[in-house]
Design a protein around this ligand. Structure first.
Ligand code: NAP
Length: 307
């Protein structure tokens, strides 16, 4: 059977996959596009909520204005909620902290409550930026010390979601891969700059464990469909700087990397401090989901059409 009735993870299966209806928030976003594709490929019924940019098209509202959420959630009658919507740009959160709090924290708390009330499990997508970056190789139990408004609102969301023991929080690392929605994201800009040999400046002293969008989508859907609870880290297998990512991308595509310039964190004025090393230790995820492929950087690129 497509989707696998009998697929069992260590976390244990919870319901026959094919009968499930999944509500996906943030469906119009970078990760949302990959999640939508992954859910569809498993034969699941998906109701996608895009964000306010496509409001006129779909009639779905703004999570910053929560009056509509409860009715719309009830109407969907979902078995599973994957919450990927967020005000995800760090600078936007800094400039509009109240909006960031409402979208990232309060709406997540409200959705977690609504879902728990009707026995629906929720997977909440969080970030490595809940850490201050002093230590690196963070485990799920490490202390949350966000440096930015974005990180603080995502931390607050986690706390609200985790009040409901049936829900799960996945902290994902920096995601890479081309946008599926036609909206140009950082990776697309980087690719275009490399192809046109335009100057590209990348940090050499900030480290993450980058994860491909395709792998992230597979990992998150498998996690959502499992019985795993609490917090789980889903990062890539290698700790890398943005500079190394750019250089390896150029080498993978046989492009000239000489237009890439390195810069250091302290050479760039920033309104908020930037965490130095938010690499994630993903051993909990790997031990519970060993069958989800975990390719290295170059091996993950062709699957997303970057070859
Ligand atoms: N990208 C990364 O490297 C990364 C790393 C770690 C964690 N994450 C997390 O992964 C999730 C998805 O991120 P992403 O990179 O896909 O971000 P994205 O491309 O900016 O997508 C965010 C989604 O949320 C929606 N949204 C934004 N504001 C909203 C609002 N006021 N009401 C309702 N929906 C709203 C957006 O709608 P519109 O289409 O209307 O804009 C879009 O669908 C987020 O929770 C983010 O914190 C991302």
């Amino acid at each position: 059977l497509k989707g696998g009735w009998f697929k069992l993870y260590n976390c244990r299966w919870r319901k026959a996959e094919l009968k499930m209806r999944v509500l996906l928030t943030g469906a119009s976003g970078l990760l949302g596009g990959y999640l939508l594709r992954e859910l569809k490929s498993r034969g699941l019924e998906v109701v996608g909520w895009p964000g306010p940019r496509d409001y006129m098209l779909y009639g779905i509202g703004d999570l910053a204005e929560p009056g509509w959420i409860a009715d719309a959630f009830r109407e969907v009658k979902t078995d599973l909620l994957i919450h990927a919507a967020a005000l995800s740009r760090i600078d936007a959160c800094f400039h509009e902290p109240e909006k960031a709090r409402r979208v990232n924290a309060l709406a997540s708390g409200q959705l977690a409550y609504l879902a728990a009330n009707v026995g629906t499990r929720m997977l909440h997508v969080s970030t490595d930026l809940v850490f201050d970056g002093q230590k690196g190789n963070y485990r799920e139990s490490d202390k949350l010390l966000p440096l930015s408004v974005y990180g603080s609102t995502k931390r607050d969301a986690e706390l609200m979601v985790l009040k409901h023991p049936e829900h799960v929080v996945a902290r994902v690392s920096l995601l890479f891969g081309p946008s599926l929605t036609g909206r140009v994201a950082f990776f697309d800009q980087q690719l275009a700059a490399l192809r046109s040999r335009s100057p590209l400046t990348l940090f050499e002293d900030e480290w993450r464990t980058p994860l491909s969008l395709a792998v992230a989508a597979r990992a998150l859907v498998s996690l959502a469909l499992s019985r795993c609870r609490g917090v789980i880290h889903i990062g890539g297998p290698e700790r890398m700087s943005r500079l190394e990512m750019g250089q390896r991308l150029a080498a993978h595509l046989g492009l000239d990397a000489s237009a890439i310039k390195a810069f250091r964190r302290d050479s760039v004025p920033a309104v908020e401090p930037r965490p130095r090393d938010t690499s994630l230790d993903s051993s909990r995820w790997r031990s519970q989901f060993p069958d989800v492929a975990w390719p290295g950087y170059e091996d993950a690129l062709p699957e997303m059409g970057v070859a």
